[in-house]
Ligand binder design. Structure first.
Ligand code: PFF
Length: 455
């Protein structure tokens, strides 16, 4: 029987509202900041090909599974997992999967907020003085200067966390639906303009080839895992963000079709960002593997040179900030929903508590670029540990368990009924992907990364 449960947190006003919110969660710094820099660190085209494979063979089936589980449970991921596991005659310890998601959400938000803070800085810089009169070197020094100023980084981190907490305390729906409706298309158009500009630069062919020509000799041992991690990060999978959004979804919406649209939109934005950025990187003689600062150096150089760059640059960073904002609220929502359900807290208090925890954790990230830059674990700074631990380990692990739960623990009648796919064939394709391909893929990639098998 289809689940008659209702979410105490409300429901999306329409299928569109859900698509917009979930796309808002998916499209963010992961597409525009992280995708180009991780692609650069992993040598380009072959990594991108691996990433696309991960999105289509692992990401989409797991997204369908996550939304389905969320809608059936209609509660925070922790309570949803417990309720559904018991309903299917299994142990309530499955709620640990929800807990792991909550932890991953806090850890991601802690460094996400620091990077989102950088965009605040660039909005101000671009808006007040622009980059026209700056040399490439000065633009590089500007970014370095930002990173080495702990006070400024903390201020920006605090501001961003405050606005994230504000929206979550108002309830995910009010405001968010409207904001995403206009901002996503605007971001998309701006990226197209940037790609247009990139086509006019001397490095376009080189950048284009770098992104799309697979050279497998450039794949390093960890590259496949990095591609998998990037797919999970970019699609917001494996930590309950999409699950909790699914719990506010109406029963009449087709989960499979919706998931495919979200994943396609997310992938398109990442590819456009790559097409816009790599030509600029090569035109200005930068290193593609320069790391997390890649877009914050290459883009301002372009904004300083292109027509209307002052205006376009400012609008771009504002849109990037909004994209980060609509993602960050989905990182807090699973924890907040649980506090409201289990601790009887009012939403605004729950949001503030969760925001403060993430803010505290973020201090380490802000300081890891300056005062704490020498404290390292396995050669990685606090910021890098948070980034790699969540994307490359916690999210794929969460996704693996989501796949196992959806395909091996839930009865087929339950999943078939909740997905309500018209064609039996489509259901079977999903089942094979989520039962075998996705879990085996994730496990093989883990084994390969720790050196147990060659891939
Ligand atoms: N998908 C977001 C991005 O690409 O920026 C980041 C993110 C949001 C990751 C929510 C995970 C998540 F649960």
């Amino acid at each position: 029987m289809i689940s008659k449960r209702k979410s105490i947190h409300g429901q999306w006003s329409s299928r569109w509202a859900f698509i917009l919110a979930a796309t808002g969660s998916a499209v963010g710094l992961g597409n525009i900041w992280r995708f180009p820099y991780v692609t650069g660190e992993n040598g380009g085209g072959a990594f991108v090909l691996m990433y696309l494979l991960c999105v289509f063979c692992v990401g989409i089936p797991i997204m369908i599974a996550e939304i389905m589980i969320g809608r059936r449970g209609r509660q925070s991921p922790i309570n949803t997992m417990r309720t559904l596991a018991e309903e299917e005659g299994h142990h309530r310890a499955w709620s640990l999967l929800g807990w792991m998601g909550v932890v991953a959400g806090f850890l991601i938000l802690s460094f996400y907020s620091v990077v989102a803070g950088w965009t605040l800085f660039y909005i101000a810089k671009s808006g007040f003085s622009g980059f026209e009169r700056m040399t490439d070197e000065e633009i590089g020094i500007l970014f370095e200067g930002l990173l080495t100023d702990p006070g400024l980084l903390m201020l920006l981190h605090t501001l961003f966390m405050a606005i994230t907490t504000l929206v979550v305390s108002l309830g995910v729906r009010s405001g968010l639906e409207r904001a995403v409706k206009y901002l996503m298309p605007s971001l998309f158009i701006l990226l197209l303009i940037m790609v247009g500009y990139a086509m006019s630069t001397p490095g376009f062919i080189e950048g284009f080839n770098y992104l799309l020509w697979p050279d497998f000799s450039k794949l390093s041992a960890g590259s496949v895992l990095a591609a998998l991690g990037q797919a999970f990060f970019s699609l917001s999978l494996g930590m309950g963000a999409i699950m909790v959004y699914g719990s506010y979804l109406s029963h009449t919406t087709s989960i499979a079709r919706t998931s495919v649209s979200i994943a396609l939109a997310d992938t398109l934005v990442a590819m456009l960002a790559g097409l816009a950025i790599f030509p600029l990187v090569f035109s200005s003689g930068l290193e593609p593997g320069a790391g997390p600062g890649l877009i914050f150096v290459s883009l301002p150089i372009a904004f300083g040179q292109m027509p209307f760059g002052h205006f376009i640059g400012t609008v771009f960073f504002i849109l990037l900030l909004f994209a980060a904002w609509t993602s960050s609220i989905s990182l807090l929502e699973p924890a907040v929903a649980w506090l409201v359900e289990n601790r009887n807290m009012r939403r605004n208090r729950a949001a503030i508590l969760a925001g403060v925890i993430a803010w505290l954790l973020g201090i380490g990230s802000a300081l890891s670029f300056n005062l704490w830059s020498d404290y390292k674990l396995f050669g990685l700074t606090y910021f890098d540990v948070m980034d790699k631990l969540t994307s490359n380990i916690l999210l794929p692990l969460g996704g693996l368990f989501v796949a196992i739960f959806a395909a091996w623990i839930m009865r087929r009648e339950s999943s078939r009924e909740e997905l309500a796919l018209k064609s039996m064939r489509s259901y079977q394709v999903w089942l094979v992907l989520v039962r075998y391909i996705a879990p085996v893929g994730v496990i093989l990639i883990f084994l390969q990364a720790i050196g147990l098998i060659g891939l």
